[in-house]
Design a protein. Structure first.
Length: 146
């Protein structure tokens, strides 16, 4: 059975030209968490148990980067948008196929996202790193592992 390799999946961010994306260079880790919320459907007659039903699902993307600068169209654009006072969502994709990522089948995840956290790692004897958390600002238009 063939195995998929994480090295083949790369994050891309929408450029200033709508519909055009650039790779975020220096990516080291990338993961998507699809978590669901619940809500109570319990009544007094269910006591002491509180039955739950599934609610909305959230998408959270964790991105680790050792910035490969200059990367004005990738990492630097992401940080500029993340740290601006604008509250606009950012077009984001995950593409398979390494840095080529030019064929339509390469996009395995596409969604408008918000940056909710960005951290820097400034440790002794290691490269400067960054970690970014993105959350879905809309329903993903593509969400598949291909």
């Amino acid at each position: 059975m063939a195995k998929k390799l994480g090295n083949d999946y790369r994050p891309w961010i929408e450029s200033a030209v709508a519909g055009t994306y650039n790779e975020i260079k220096g990516n080291t880790t990338l993961s998507i968490s699809r978590s669901g919320s619940t809500f109570s459907i319990g009544t007094k007659s269910d006591f002491p148990v509180d039955p739950q039903a599934p609610g909305s699902r959230g998408h959270s993307i964790s991105l680790g980067v050792i910035p490969d600068l200059p990367d004005a169209d990738g990492y630097e654009r992401l940080m500029t948008l993340a740290r601006s006072s604008s509250v606009a969502a950012i077009g984001f994709q995950i593409r398979k196929g390494g840095s080529s990522g030019v064929t339509p089948g390469d996009v395995v995840y596409e969604c408008d996202v918000y940056v909710t956290q960005d951290d820097n790692d400034l440790n002794q004897n290691s490269p400067v790193g960054a970690s970014v958390t993105l959350v879905a600002g809309a329903v993903p238009t593509i969400d598949e592992l291909a």
